[in-house]
Every structure is written in C-alpha cells, then in structure tokens.
Design a binder for this molecule. Structure first.
Ligand code: PLP
Length: 389
C-alpha cells in the first residue's frame, strides 16, 4: 500500500505547536504535588482544578458563569456523545435529529445504540430551522418525538459553518415548545480565526434540559482524551447514572489544569494563527486547482473545508485513486447520516505542513479531474443549491 504523504483526512491541530516543555514541567509539578490524589479513584465529576479551568474557559468565551460542579470530565467529547445518547434513550428505535452531514463518530455511536436518525438539511448557517420545525411537527404527530437534537453548531464538522445567533434562538424555541433537549457539541469553538463569535446554546437560554459537550482535543491534542459535559441537575444525574468507568484520567486532567493556569486563550492565541495560515493556503490552492469545477466552504474557524464535487465525479473511484498517490481525505459518504454516496469531500488542514498542503492539493485535483465523465465547468454555484444544467 502507498504511504500517505498528504493526509487531509484527520481533524487534528498543528503538531508543531504542541507545548512539550510546558506540559513536561506541569507533569513534574502535579505528580509531586498531587501524588496522594493520584493514588485514588477520581470520582464521577473528575479533577476539580480541571473543572474550574474549563468553567473559566466557558466564562471567557461565553460570558456566562457556570458551576464547576455541573461539569463532568470525560474521555474526550466522544464519551460525552455516547453517555448523553445512552442517558436520553428509552428504547431502541428512538428518534434523534442530526445534521444531514455530521461527525462520523457521532453517527456510528447513534447507529450502534440503534437510534433512528432523522437528518436535517444544512445550509451556510447550519441546520435549516424550517426542516427542524417540519420534522418535529411530523414526529410529534407520529408520537415519536426525538429524544434530543444533536448539533455541531460552531465550525460544524464537516462543513465548517457557524449557526448564527438568530437561528440558534429559533431552534431553542422549537425545542422548548416540544420539550426536546438540545445536545450541543462545541469542540471547535476556540479554534477561531476571524469574524464574530456566536454564542453557545446554553449562553442563550437557561433551560436545564440543554446539554453541552466540549473537549481539549482540537485546541491541545486528542491524545490527552480530555473532554467534558456541562449539564444541570436533574439532567446531570441522569447522565452520571450511565457512567460506570470510575471516572476520567486524573493525571491528564491535573497536567492540563496546571498548563491552563492563566486560561486557555494564551495557547489558543499562539496556535490559531498557525492554523489560519493553513486554512488560507488550502483555500488558495482550491481556487487555483479546482475553481472552475468545485465550490467549497470558507470556514471562519475549525479544521475543515467542505468541497462540492461535480456530479459526474465517480466518488467511489476517487478515494482509492487518491490514496494510491499518497493523498488522503474523507469522502462525503462518511458524513452522511444514511451513508449515501454524495458528491462532496472533506479536507482537514490542521496537522499538515504548508508544504504538504501546497504539494498535496494539485495531486488531489488531478485525481478529481480524472474521475470525471466530462471536462465541463461546474453546474452549480453554491454548496447545497440545485444544479442548473
Ligand atoms: C464534532 C465532534 N465531536 C466529537 C469529536 C471527538 O472528539 P474527542 O477527541 O474530544 O473525543 C470530534 C472529533 O473529530 C468531532 O468532530
């Protein structure tokens, strides 16, 4: 098998900015100072210092003070995805609203829990509220209201789009009307490049049914496996009732809490410009190589660009051909809630070097062109609109 040299597949941050020395110093300090606590089980909520640091992170971004005792540390946000889905489920076949294109980890967790996923179409502002309303109304009439609405509302994976505040308020109102909890997965919010910041759902409404998931994977590293759930009682107890793993990694949490003593923004301010440069280079490369046949999202944060391919691309042939030439990406099908073969692909740019981006994109573009049935210009001018010929 050909070695992957240009990996646009995996959503990770820049490895060169991983703060090795600072984490080493933090590790030495906390192992000495917290040795006794490390010899015990961490308890359900997890390391208190880390919960305080993450409550501060939320306060800095959202301007809302949250109680660290309402934060539950998890093994990455993926554990949050699974725990909340388990806690809210009553029976196999329960419905859940998801974005039509969604993070594959979530889709596979919901599939394995045997949720019946109802996909909501997306546009440049995220989940379309008309479709949310239509589906809630339909499911209500069928007596199958969803157990929750799952949304990656900020720098959505895979599209990169942000849901504007007004749309969030609309969705909150509908969810409250039908008594359906919202689960917001916000693991990209601090990977911010430009433009205004949109508020988290919990910052817009204090409905105790809301659940919020976050992580350190995208701003520090996924290898730490640190994430958290913010939920208020009694929802918090309901989620904790599903937890049977004796708590999350106390040492990793202690090191991260020490590292983030001065808040998370200091490190994010150093890493986000590095990622932004990669985003810009990827966008320029797309324009130069594929401007006449594709369209793509221009994300103001996060790690992904969503690319629409011409309808005549053989999407099944494209990935094997690109892999053969050392280029990886994730095909649209991986993100579709029903695994449909759709003419899209996702480019993750965070962990490649600038050189890998510059060399890899033209190779990918050549593969796309040779998987087409024609040389015609694209027949669409937006990511989600109809084709006009
Ligand atoms: C939307 C979303 N949620 C959760 C995760 C899982 O992240 P973690 O490493 O925090 O478990 C990812 C990872 O790509 C993601 O994109």
């Amino acid at each position: 098998m050909t070695k992957i040299k240009y990996d646009f597949g995996s959503g990770r941050s820049d490895p060169a900015t991983f703060p090795v020395a600072a984490l080493q110093a933090a590790a030495t300090k906390v192992i000495e100072e917290q040795a006794e606590a490390l010899t015990q089980y961490p308890g359900d909520l997890g390391h208190a210092g880390m919960r305080t640091a993450m409550a501060q992170r939320e306060l800095d971004r959202e301007g809302i003070s949250i109680d660290p005792n309402h934060l539950l540390l998890t093994n990455g946000s993926m554990q949050g995805v699974t725990l909340t889905a388990e806690a809210l489920q009553e029976n196999h076949g329960d419905t859940v609203l998801v974005e039509e294109y969604c993070y594959p980890g979530t889709l596979s967790a919901y599939r394995s829990l045997k949720y019946d996923m109802v996909g909501i179409p997306l546009d440049e502002g995220g989940m379309c509220p008309d479709a949310v309303e239509r589906e809630l109304d339909r499911l209500n009439k069928e007596n199958r209201l969803p157990k929750f609405i799952y949304t990656i509302s900020t720098y959505q994976n895979p599209t990169g789009f942000v849901m504007p505040r007004a749309r969030r308020l609309q969705i909150i109102e509908m969810a409250k009307h039908y008594g359906v909890p919202i689960v917001e997965d916000n693991c990209y919010a601090d990977v911010h490049y430009d433009g205004p910041l949109e508020p988290a759902f919990y910052a817009l409404d204090d409905d105790p049914n809301q659940i919020y998931l976050c992580s350190l994977s995208k701003i520090l590293a996924p290898g730490l496996r640190l994430g958290y759930i913010y939920a208020r009682p009694p929802m918090l107890e309901k989620i904790m009732g599903r937890r049977h793993d004796a708590g999350s990694n106390y040492l990793a949490a202690a090191i991260a809490a020490e590292f983030y003593q001065g808040g998370i923004q200091k490190h994010a301010k150093a890493t986000n410009p590095v990622l932004k440069e990669k985003r810009d280079l990827t966008l320029q490369g797309l324009e130069a190589e594929l401007g006449d046949i594709c369209v793509w999202s221009e994300p103001v944060g996060g790690l992904f660009i969503w690319v629409r391919l011409p309808d005549d691309v053989d999407t099944k042939a494209l990935r094997p051909m690109a892999l053969e030439q050392g280029v990886n990406f994730l095909p649209g099908q991986s993100f579709h809630y029903q695994r449909k073969h759709v003419p899209y692909l996702r480019l993750a740019f965070g962990h490649l070097t600038l050189e890998q981006i510059s060399v890899g994109l033209p190779i990918l573009a050549r593969c796309i062109k040779s998987c087409r049935g024609s040389n015609e210009a694209r027949g669409f001018d937006s990511l989600f609109g109809e084709t006009f010929k």
